[in-house]
Ligand binder design. Sequence first.
Ligand code: TRP
Length: 453
Amino acid sequence: MTPRENFGSRFAVVMAMAGSAVGLGNIWRFPYMVGEHGGAAFIILYALASFILVLPIFFAETIIGRRSRQGTFGAMEKLAPGSRWKWLGLLTVFAPIIILSYYSVVGGWSVEYLFKAVCLDFTNTPPEQVQGFFGAFISSTGGPIAVHTIFMLLVAGIVLAGVKKGIEGFTKVTMPVLFVLIVALAIYSVTLPGASEGVAYLVKPDFSKVDARAVAAAMGQAFFSLSLGVGTILTYASYMRKEENILASGIGTAVSDLLFAIIAGFAVMPAVFAAGIAPGAGPGLVFDTLPYIFNRMGADVPWLSAVIAIIFFVTILVAALTSAISMMEVGVAYLTEEKGMRRPTAVLIITVFAWAVGVLCSLSFGPLAEVKLLGNSIFDFLDKLCSNWLLPAGGLLFTLFVGWKMSRPDVYAEFTNDGTLKANVRIFDVIWFLIRYVAPVGIVVVFLTNLIL
Ligand code: TRP
């Protein structure tokens, strides 16, 4: 077997992890949630949820990954040999592949929209037609499958190139660029005439909207946004060198993710309000509302509108790619380490499987719309299964594993690099408490809230 690859530096670790974290969740989910749940009040709630509740889970996954230096299945086998924990390992091999399959469908849409932006479709078309783009496109058959295929091949290409050349190489270059682009878009957006209402939508704290639902939403969003619960962070952590700092990497990732989400909010919402449109939720916000805005802007300054449209969809595409590669790597680590496959074979198998499931998801917006699983379309069913159940379940089990199955000295040794990192030593008792009690209780509360609502 070839020796295990590693990320080359702390910067590389944080860029790879932030690449996984920063994705579609930040660009269309977060801005909408902020508006729904009390503006700045939600941002505060989200920051608290990220740092108190979700970061400990992040540490739990990183501790398991780096301690074992194995992918999620191997990690369980190594740290708890022969126990039932291997089922957690197996669950978390499959879950990211499922997420990848439907995430790639949406990634494909961003490929299509980038094509459209480049072909000046948003600027040279009558407004009514632009508004009909989205519904017509996703319910068709060939087009969405073609772009889903392109997206999947891009993901496969990067993962195939390996941890260092592929994942590290790609995220180290694209993540800083992504930050620059989103900041530029935000500056542009807030300076549009009529943008102030959109800014107010994001910054005016409305504490009357802070209820159990808002708290559960903040935790759920933080969870998904930091890519937790299904072993993606665990797998990346298994490529961290021993001298790397788990605390610093975790904080770096969470801060990047939070910053990006907030800036994305300022890139999207003020433009929406400036165009006089009610902010929609979910994919509609990005794929329905924004093209309409580009179209309206295009009436005045066509070249600028085209440039902004291209930048926007490049940003979305790259953000989706850096997340999707982290999902694929989980399965690749499993097949190469546990089944002794070569990397190309592993990538091929996962690509074909996730692609096929993705085709079904894509068709569930059109020809297969009538196929219902527990009352949901195939796409929605898989999304809900993962977001509402598998992620929190996986997160809960990972924290229980670190807090109650691993020994305290082992966790201490891993978190503090055998006691050599001063800040980590000082803060360890707090982290240990958060991992053992606060995080598990928090997840169960989110679970129950979602169940009741
Ligand atoms: N965090 C990414 C986003 O915000 C999505 C993502 C990547 C993810 N890997 C994950 C979500 C693993 C859950 C689990 O879009």
